[in-house]
Design a protein around this ligand. Structure first.
Ligand SMILES: NC(=O)c1ccc[n+]([C@@H]2O[C@H](COP(=O)([O-])OP(=O)(O)OC[C@H]3O[C@@H](n4cnc5c(N)ncnc54)[C@H](O)[C@@H]3O)[C@@H](O)[C@H]2O)c1
Length: 271
């Protein structure tokens, strides 16, 4: 269902790789709600994925950008404003990657070059993106910037590896940069802490299926899907949430406030 919540709004959406991606669903929902936007992803992901289909479907342009490259980000923001005919109302950072996870390195014995790379891609890229948006004065007043995160930033999930540390850093950047963006440009900055979701990034976590099933059984409302995450993101881009900023917002069916559920206890009390 569409409510025209983003009618007349312009933005940039990072991170749509395939139709399972949270960013993909968000682009579809943003289009439904009347937004115009540019889609971006790392050049290699653009060559591999079906993002061109998404661009055609949402009537949007594609601009490749490695989110760790200031040159790419400067080019992306300048070109986006040209294409969209002005400054922006919303930006979605939906980017995550750990080289240690990909290469099967254990948390207790990572390769630190991999740690640095994953931290740059997954966390510092958010600072770099906001640096460019802030210094180019690319955001409209009452604009909204959202990044996606996971609860391993607060609690221990052993197989989430160094992504836990990257997410903690990402959430801190949202608060710290969000202060300056709010004070100087009336722009809000938040992170959404999403349930485990079957996407390329999510499924890369060791034991993901078990993780998904456990979270489902622990959450009174069940896991939040990628589409539901997209809906929540749209609400944060809309004018209905203008004074929400510097927050880490849990979108997880209640998981983050649970101790234990009947469904999980039943598994341990079975005869
Ligand atoms: N899937 C989950 O279980 C889950 C749960 C909570 C939070 N998140 C977060 O949601 C976000 C989106 O992930 P997703 O689950 O939709 O998976 P996804 O794999 O579809 O998306 C990750 C995206 O990051 C992009 N990316 C990687 N390196 C990049 C770079 N250098 N420059 C630009 N883009 C780059 C990838 O190309 C991909 O499009 C990530 O921040 C992820 O950590 C995912």
């Amino acid at each position: 269902m569409s409510y025209n919540l983003l009618k007349g709004k312009k933005g940039i959406i990072f991170g749509a790789l395939d139709e399972n991606s949270i960013a993909w669903k968000t682009a579809e929902r943003a289009y439904d709600e009347g937004a115009e936007f540019v889609l971006t992803n790392a050049p290699i992901a653009m060559r591999m994925g079906g993002i061109k289909d998404l661009a055609a479907q949402t009537n949007s342009k594609l601009i490749p950008a490695d989110a760790t490259s200031m040159d790419d980000l400067n080019n992306l923001v300048e070109k986006s404003m040209e294409i969209l005919g002005g400054t922006l109302d919303f930006v979605l950072h939906s980017i995550g990657m750990s080289v240690n996870v990909r290469k099967g390195k254990h948390y207790t014995d990572p390769k630190y070059d991999f740690t640095t790379k994953g931290w740059d891609v997954s966390a510092v890229s958010f600072h770099k993106t906001m640096n460019v948006l802030y210094n180019k004065q690319a955001m409209n007043e009452w604009g909204s910037i959202v990044a996606l995160t996971y609860m391993a930033a607060q609690r221990v999930f052993p197989d989430y590896n160094d992504m836990a540390d990257n997410k903690a850093y990402l959430e801190s950047i949202a608060r710290s940069f969000g202060y300056f963006f709010g004070r100087d440009h009336k722009v809000r900055v938040n992170t959404i802490s999403q349930s485990p979701t079957p996407t390329t990034a999510g499924s890369g976590v060791k034991g993901f299926e078990g993780f998904l099933a456990y979270a489902e059984k622990m959450s009174p409302l069940g896991n939040a899907t990628a589409l539901e995450c997209a809906d929540y993101t749209i609400s944060l881009f809309s004018d209905l949430t203008k004074k929400v900023t510097l927050q880490n917002l849990f979108h997880d069916g209640g998981f983050s406030n649970m101790g234990v559920s009947d469904a999980v206890m039943d598994r341990f009390t079975e005869a």
